[in-house]
Every structure is written in structure tokens, then in C-alpha cells.
Ligand binder design. Sequence first.
Ligand code: ZN
Length: 92
Amino acid sequence: MIDIIFTPIPTSVAQNWWEGGPDEHGNPLETRISDGGAPCRHCLKNIKEGKLVLLGAYKPFSSTGHFAETGPIFICSDPCERFAGEKISSHR
Ligand SMILES: [Zn+2]
């Protein structure tokens, strides 16, 4: 059994993005239309098909180690409530 733990991004990061701030690389966020499979990394819900989403690069690690990657994430285009705690998905 493998558990995958999803930790929501800090609200301060999401708030900065909702206010037009840049992503991890200093680029403006991209607005897209969800195909129904875009998970919001703040509320941890799938963003419904047809809804606007923000796409940007995010680095969840404070270290600069070899595995401290930066990757693309989606968040709801309108402010949403941060998921409380961590979401655990168990797989065999
Ligand atoms: Zn959301």
C-alpha cells in the first residue's frame, strides 16, 4: 500500500496569484478553462469543466537540493478555501 499525501499550498501564495502576482519564475500566470481534470492545489478539489483556472510554476520546497523541483500547478481563478490538513490517497 502506498499513500500519496497532498498538501495544499499556503494561502499567501494563492492570494498573491489571485492579486496578479507572478509565479515562481517571475512569469505572469496563465488563465485556462478547466477540462474537469485540473486539481486546485489550494482547496484540493477538481476544478469543474468550463471554470477558469490559473496556471503557474510553483516550488513547494525551501531547499535547493537536487530533488527540489519546480512544477506547474493549477488553482481556482476565484479565491477558494484552503483544504484543512493533508489529503491522503491510498494506492496498492
Ligand atoms: Zn480552489
